[in-house]
Design a protein. Structure first.
Length: 122
């Protein structure tokens, strides 16, 4: 049984309410689309539709990973700031041309945040 996007966002808000330098998240891709998980619980979903597939690709880019193949998953450690941007991207409609500058901005910010964390870890 799948979880609704609304229920997933309730959990995402709870996770994001505390800033964290490193959260383990898993992007799992199945027949229903991409689900972003933390500790086995859904944070957001991108459904297997044209819009959802575009959202899923952008979410994966924000996390700094390749979109997993159907039936596979990828786990990555990201900051709560990167996670916030990924979850935000999953809620926006990529069919609207006027939203693409915001997508680019969120992706740039997520990339900069990921680079900053890896520099601090070295």
């Amino acid at each position: 049984m799948s979880i609704s996007r609304v229920k997933a966002w309730e959990y995402a808000e709870q996770v994001l309410s505390r800033p964290n330098r490193r959260l383990e998240v898993t992007a799992r891709r199945g027949r229903g689309g991409l689900t972003l998980l933390h500790r086995g619980r859904a944070l957001t979903r991108c459904y297997d539709t044209g819009v959802g597939r575009t959202q899923a690709e952008l979410v994966a880019r924000a996390l700094g990973v390749e979109l997993p193949a159907m039936g596979n998953a990828v786990t990555v450690g990201v900051s709560s700031g990167v996670l916030y941007r990924a979850v935000s991207i999953s809620s926006m409609d990529p069919r609207r041309e006027d939203i693409w500058p915001l997508f680019r901005r969120l992706l740039e910010e997520a990339e900069a945040m990921r680079a900053g964390v890896s520099e601090m870890e070295d």
